[in-house]
Write a protein that binds this ligand. Structure first.
Ligand SMILES: [Fe+2]
Ligand SMILES: [Fe+2]
Length: 167
């Protein structure tokens, strides 16, 4: 991303987050060792880049705000005994986001529909929601794959160390 685009992106992030409410998401792990906060920043940045790269002309401010809040569910889903996290968490994220921020209808749809087609009744209705829905899946797949690779590494090192010890 060009320096000027990165600057504009970070400005949009700062504007949404004057009270640092988004940082509550630093307390929760999304996938592997990635916090929900890091995840939503990645999704917002990728959404912003997709919009630029494909000249989609989505509304940048709403795109970034919706992406930053799409996983604002604020609980540890690894130790969660409520409703099934996958289809449930967009509803929880929207409820929290509406409590803490003034949202547009477009931003609400981005949050509520980001897990589509897992939530068949909540369809991405705008180009902003479609972009975030896709960017979220790309980032989630990347985090999960990266976490698997990281888990495999120590085993290999352990094996090498034992062999050296024996010879
Ligand atoms: Fe999500
Ligand atoms: Fe997400």
């Amino acid at each position: 991303m060009k320096a000027s685009e990165e600057k504009r992106f970070l400005k949009l992030v700062r504007e949404l987050n004057p009270e640092k409410k988004l940082e509550q998401m630093k307390a929760f792990i999304q996938h592997g060792s990635v916090t929900t906060y890091d995840h939503v920043l990645d999704v917002a940045r990728l959404s912003y880049r997709i919009n630029k790269a494909f000249r989609i002309s989505a509304r940048e401010r709403e795109l970034v705000r919706g992406a930053l809040l799409h996983d604002y569910f604020l609980y540890d889903w690894h130790h969660w005994d409520g409703p099934l996290h996958g289809p449930y968490h967009p509803k929880a994220a929207l409820k929290n986001a509406k409590r803490d921020f003034d949202l547009t209808k477009r931003e609400e749809n981005i949050i509520r529909s980001h897990m589509w087609p897992l939530t068949p009744l909540h369809i991405p209705k705008t180009r902003e929601a479609v972009i975030v829905c896709i960017a979220d899946k790309i980032c989630s797949a990347r985090e999960t794959l990266f976490a698997r690779k990281k888990r495999k590494k120590p085993k290999t090192h352990g094996y090498v160390r034992i062999r050296h010890g024996k010879t």
